[in-house]
Design a protein around this ligand. Structure first.
Ligand code: ATP
Length: 308
């Protein structure tokens, strides 16, 4: 349903998006996961036609976005990162206004606005000015606006940014329901758990490139089946690298104060590792051992943690 080939955008010397290709199938829930500045917003802005790429093509369904923009955009709904509505209008008035701009005929628009307000849990307060809403309610309205013309493809840019966990779960549930009904969804996030819980497939993105794409299970294979040991402490990447270089470990990621690795020799367990680190003067603040997770994959691919 979404087909992107060789998409690129440069700002001067900076390659904000550097040759991205991907396909999202009809009804699929696809996530872009990456840290701030990875290029997620730039990519989504090019997929929805807000930003013209320097190179590459975007197809929405059978339509080339830049050759048949009207037909392509008719299939698209966008939920931007910055809420886009009028605070002095009520939620219902906002939906009627934005739906009107999308060209939805009035009687149909009234019906679909009421149904969407119900779905996002705003029906009871639909007639109040939006300025009185909580942050979570505003996010739900932002989502509702993207849905008012019943798009086949919904693009969401960090739909849960800046809201509390309960409000976030609420939005994620709504997104999941919309996907179950057959809407193709592409969304960006820098929350690992969000991507892990929600997505059929995930693209891990950094420095304008897709580093790996797959389901959570497929991505986990990047680090293999062995348990991952995570070390945290007051060490530099260089110190820990030197300390571990002759040990039977396979290093997955190294950074100041953080390293992840596998133990690779029978009989060389955690006790041996801790004893070696201590003898080498490495001070650990925390040590954990766990099955491979999306976080360990992310660390291996990007070499850094994903934090808010
Ligand atoms: P965030 O989660 O913070 O929104 P992101 O992954 O969406 O991050 P982008 O907003 O796409 O990242 O930005 C990618 C890179 O392009 C960043 O280094 C950013 O500073 C740069 N960038 C984005 N827009 C512009 C612009 N209009 N002019 C110059 N540089 C830009």
């Amino acid at each position: 349903m979404i087909s992107v080939e060789g998409l690129s955008k440069r700002y001067g010397e900076l390659r904000a998006v550097d040759g991205i290709s991907l396909r999202v199938a009809r009804g699929e829930l696809f996530g872009f996961l990456g840290p701030n500045g990875a290029g997620k917003t730039t990519t989504i802005s090019m997929i929805c036609g807000l930003l013209r790429p320097d190179d590459g093509t975007v197809f929405i369904g059978e339509y080339n976005l830049w050759e048949s923009p009207k037909a392509a955009k008719r299939l698209l709904g966008l939920v931007p990162q910055e809420p886009a509505f009028y605070e002095e209008f009520s939620a219902r008035e906002n939906l009627l206004f934005w739906g009107g701009l999308y060209g939805v005929p009035r009687p149909e628009l009234k019906k679909s606005s009421d149904a969407i307000l119900e779905r996002v849990g705003l029906a009871e307060r639909a007639k109040e000015p939006v300025s009185r809403y909580s942050g979570g309610m505003k996010r739900r309205l932002n989502l509702a606006i993207g849905l008012v013309h019943r798009p086949q493809v919904l693009l969401l840019d960090e739909p849960t940014v800046g809201i509390d966990p309960q409000a976030r779960n609420n939005i994620l549930e709504i997104i999941r329901d919309i996907a179950r009904e057959g809407t193709t969804i592409l969304f960006t996030t820098h929350h690992l758990e969000e991507a892990e819980k929600l997505c059929d497939r995930i693209a891990i993105m950094d420095h304008g490139r897709i580093l790996q794409t797959g389901s959570v299970g497929e991505l986990a294979k990047v680090v293999g089946d062995r348990e991952v040991v995570t070390l945290r402490g007051k060490f530099t990447a260089q110190q820990i690298e030197q300390c571990l270089q002759h040990e039977p470990v396979a290093v997955l990621s190294l950074a100041d104060q953080l390293a992840t690795l596998h133990l690779v020799r029978e009989g060389y367990g955690m006790a041996s590792l801790v004893s070696h680190l201590s003898k080498s003067g490495i001070e650990l603040a925390d040590l954990s051992i766990q099955k491979p997770t999306l976080e360990s994959v992310y660390l291996k691919l990007t070499g850094r943690e994903l934090r808010d």
